[in-house]
Write a protein that binds this ligand. Structure first.
Ligand SMILES: Nc1ncnc2c1ncn2[C@@H]1O[C@H](COP(=O)(O)OP(=O)(O)OP(=O)(O)O)[C@@H](O)[C@H]1O
Length: 318
């Protein structure tokens, strides 16, 4: 040891103050120094002084927590912006900012559903009645897909279901979506019957009237009298009944004499030829325009010879 060290000075200064019990407990080995050291053989006061010095110095070296207290206030640093981001800030501030942002990220990761709940709070009307659809649906809601899912749920709730009585009644009341199919059985039965009767009369009655006035016309195979496959059975029956009349029984064309239709003589491209017997004429050898028997040609109404005017042959015969 030298004369300038503190230990030497403390030895020469006299007996030190007694150490506190705490310090002695912290360093018990100093209370019983090894007596086997051949170099140091201090006296008892010297040993006390050394122990006191060590007890004062060593704790402050090993346990800085009991050091001087920090100042109560820290002087302001206007050059430092504590709200700046981590990249622009110092290391400590950046670490603190990263820590803070990490906390937010963790909060986002763990509280996504909570974030979604906040969204639910903002839109209670749309998703308030949305029923949960299992775990996956809940997760989807937590990731921000809730609005879509709840929109579906909202639609499902508002749309009337077809299997529910009220849904069916609603459709009937509004008439939407039936496309008129529900109206057909009630109205079409009456209207169709009237339409069928009108069609039948229009097709049959005028032809009968014209047949009386133009009885020389053959209606037996006219296209109008032929039954059509797509017509109702009622119309076909009437047309078949009318078609049963091959030719008129009596024939009168214009101011011509009345002839009774006889047997069939033949068939040409435009019609059929029958025997006609003049009505009211006595039998005997009359010929020409006064002949008792003539040939009656019945042509189709729609043919080029189908008019009620006397045919060209009639003029030739005259
Ligand atoms: N005056 C008559 N006496 C006896 N039979 C007749 C007489 N006129 C016509 N016929 C018979 O009727 C058939 C048809 O006569 P129709 O005049 O229609 O024949 P077409 O002249 O070939 O026909 P279209 O004049 O329409 O072309 C004849 O093939 C004939 O057998």
């Amino acid at each position: 040891c030298c004369s300038s060290c503190s230990l030497h000075a403390s030895i020469n200064a006299g007996p030190p103050p007694p150490a506190t019990p705490r310090q002695l407990l912290l360093y018990p080995t100093l209370q019983a120094p090894s007596s086997a050291s051949p170099l140091i053989k201090p006296t008892l006061p010297t040993r006390y002084a050394a122990m006191s010095e060590a007890a004062t110095v060593l704790p402050s070296m090993r346990d800085p927590g009991d050091g001087p207290e920090p100042p109560g206030t820290v002087p302001a640093r206007p050059d430092l912006d504590l709200n700046k981001s981590a990249g622009d800030d110092e290391g400590g501030g950046g670490a603190a900012d990263r820590s803070r942002r990490g906390g937010e990220s963790a909060a986002d990761g763990t509280s996504q559903s909570a974030h979604g709940d906040a969204a639910m709070t903002r839109l209670p009307g749309r998703i308030g009645n949305a029923a949960p659809r299992g775990r996956r649906g809940g997760a989807a809601q937590g990731r921000g897909m809730r609005f879509r899912a709840t929109g579906d749920a909202h639609t499902d709730q508002e749309q009337p279901r077809g299997d529910l009585p009220e849904g069916v009644a609603g459709r009937q009341a509004t008439g939407a979506g039936d496309h008129g199919l529900n109206k057909e059985p009630a109205n079409l039965g009456i209207d169709r019957g009237a339409a069928d009767r009108f069609a039948s009369e229009a097709m049959i009655t005028p032809q009968a009237e014209r047949a009386v006035n133009c009885s020389a016309i053959d209606r037996s195979e006219s296209p109008a009298s032929q039954p059509r496959g797509n017509d109702p059975p009622e119309i076909i029956a009437k047309d078949e009944a009318t078609a049963m009349l091959p030719v008129p029984e009596r024939v009168e064309v214009g101011n011509s004499p009345i002839y009774i239709t006889g047997r069939k003589l033949g068939k040409g491209s435009s019609g059929k030829v029958y025997v006609g017997r003049r009505l009211g004429m006595p039998s005997g050898g009359y010929k020409g325009r006064n002949a008792i028997e003539v040939a009656l040609k019945f042509v189709h109404r729609r043919s080029r010879e189908g008019s009620c005017d006397p045919p060209y042959e009639w003029q030739v015969y005259q």
